[in-house]
Design a protein around this ligand. Structure first.
Ligand SMILES: [Fe+2]
Ligand SMILES: [Fe+2]
Length: 469
């Protein structure tokens, strides 16, 4: 098998023997990890998957039946821009970094490792979902997300091997050694240590947590370290599908709930095999809050440093009409004053996490608006809402207080009294679990979710997306 078959790439791997050897050594370890920690079962099935074979908006992906262990995890970077410049920070306007600047080496490695760690982590979290899929269409989407998170791991490992020498190799190995939820060697970020064992959690995760990924990648796609920027730009094209899976997944749950509400003239659709909108709201609350935490503290010297170093920019940095240095700029940040929520003008640089979180929140809201449109179209007077940003936070200023979804600071007693209305309860989880029965006949769907509007890549909804070989 030639090199491009084993490791498809557009980085001239065959010209770089040292890198080629390093990646060829890492490959069997990756496959062993996939075997141990990738999706449980289905490894021998033919899955209708898209594989990245090139970059560019036209024809970058190829669709075909593939057995997951034979997926061609490749390394693709968006083409280099001629005369690329550092787009922000102290070195604004200087030529982009083509190698790792010595003084930024640790910061850059930390950024890459933290991003890289989330990719295999989510595969580990989702590994048991296959056995309870609501349809073959959804099963295929799960596996598509999983193999692409595997490719995203490859993308970060490529950077570590190609640009960081020995410590990069060690970090690449460690990415295969940590395990989601393992108390001794956990994944780096907390949201990636929670198991994702039911499909409602999966859709909420891909809606909210993969969307955090989109915003982190977008900020890194602006990086002055060009190989990282080009890598992340290409990852974003794949990431869009993950959020599509999440947003339309939740949307189909909403649609099914609405259909059952109208059919049975009741808000409580649980006896009819649906997920009622109140319960759905509790799941949204939970996943949204956990994902907000991923952006880090409101005020962060790391965020400021990553920016002044030219390593991690703002969302759509290049489109911003300012000095791209932000030394004297301010930014409005919500914080605590005693037990009151207040907004303050803070220096812009240390507020960059909050700014990225704001961009993320606006994007989430657009998704929620689309779900609410489905509800309105059914003539139902209910609205799903994003909870207040201070609700149920574990990181940052609001981790110290209890806040209701509508943004009131609560006493512990008030929180205890309201909690079961705001967050998934044991009863909710037991109910959701009771719904998790596999549906594997092509074109059939579980009782709690509506079919999608269309199939994948022009194939019909009842296509045999995962078939026995
Ligand atoms: Fe990813
Ligand atoms: Fe993703």
């Amino acid at each position: 098998m030639d090199l491009n078959e084993r490791i498809p790439n557009n980085v001239n791997l065959s010209e770089d023997k040292r890198l080629q050897r390093a990646l060829e050594k890492w490959l069997p370890n990756f496959l062993a990890w996939w075997h141990d920690m990738g999706p449980e079962g289905f490894q021998e099935k033919d899955v209708w998957l898209r594989t990245a074979i090139d970059v560019g908006s036209e024809g970058w992906a190829h669709f075909d039946y593939v057995k997951m262990p034979e997926y061609r995890w490749g390394i693709f970077l968006e083409p280099a821009e001629p005369n690329a410049k550092v787009g922000f920070g102290d070195n604004f306007g200087a030529p982009a970094y083509q190698e790792v600047p010595g003084e930024f080496r640790n910061a850059l490695r930390r950024i890459i490792v933290t991003q890289g760690d989330t990719e295999p982590a989510s595969v580990e979290q989702q590994r048991r979902l296959g056995s309870t899929c609501p349809s073959l269409y959804d099963l295929r989407n799960l596996f598509q997300v999983n193999v692409e998170e595997g490719r995203h791991l490859w993308a970060m490992v490529y950077l570590l091997h190609a640009y960081f020498g020995r410590d990069g190799r060690d970090e690449a190995d460690a990415l295969l050694e940590r395990r989601s939820g393992n108390p001794d060697k956990p994944r780096i970020l907390e949201a990636f240590n929670q198991p994702c064992d039911d499909w409602l959690n999966f859709y909420a995760f891909t809606m909210f947590t993969d969307r955090d990924g989109k915003y982190q990648l977008s900020a890194l796609a602006e990086s002055g370290f060009e190989p990282l920027a080009r890598t992340c730009r290409f990852m974003l094209t794949e990431e869009a599908h993950h959020m599509f899976v999440g947003e339309t997944g939740v949307g189909r749950v909403v649609q099914r709930a609405c259909e059952l509400m109208r059919q049975h003239k009741t808000d409580d659709v649980r006896p009819h095999g649906g997920i009622d909108l109140r319960m759905l709201q509790r799941y949204l609350n939970f996943h949204y809050a956990v994902s907000l935490d991923l952006f880090g503290s409101e005020i962060s010297t790391n965020a400021a440093n990553f920016y002044t170093m030219g390593l991690k920019g703002r969302f759509e940095e290049t489109k911003k009409d300012d000095d791209h240095q932000l030394k004297t700029a301010t930014y409005t940040v919500t914080g605590l004053d005693g037990d009151r929520l207040v907004t303050r003008e803070e220096p812009a640089l240390p507020s960059l996490n909050e700014r990225l979180r704001d961009d993320y929140i606006a994007d989430c809201q657009r998704g929620v608006d689309r779900w609410n449109r489905i509800i309105r179209e059914h003539g139902i007077d209910v609205e799903l809402r994003l909870p207040h940003r201070a609700f149920h936070r574990a990181i940052g200023a609001f981790s110290e207080v209890r806040v209701s979804p509508d943004g009131r600071v609560l006493s512990q007693a008030e929180w205890d009294a309201g909690k079961s209305r705001w967050l998934p309860t044991d009863e909710d989880e037991a109910f959701i679990e009771s719904l998790m029965k596999p549906v594997i006949e092509p074109g059939k769907f579980a009782s709690w979710i509506a079919p999608p509007a269309r199939g994948i890549n022009g194939r019909p909804v009842d296509f045999d997306y995962v078939r026995s070989a």
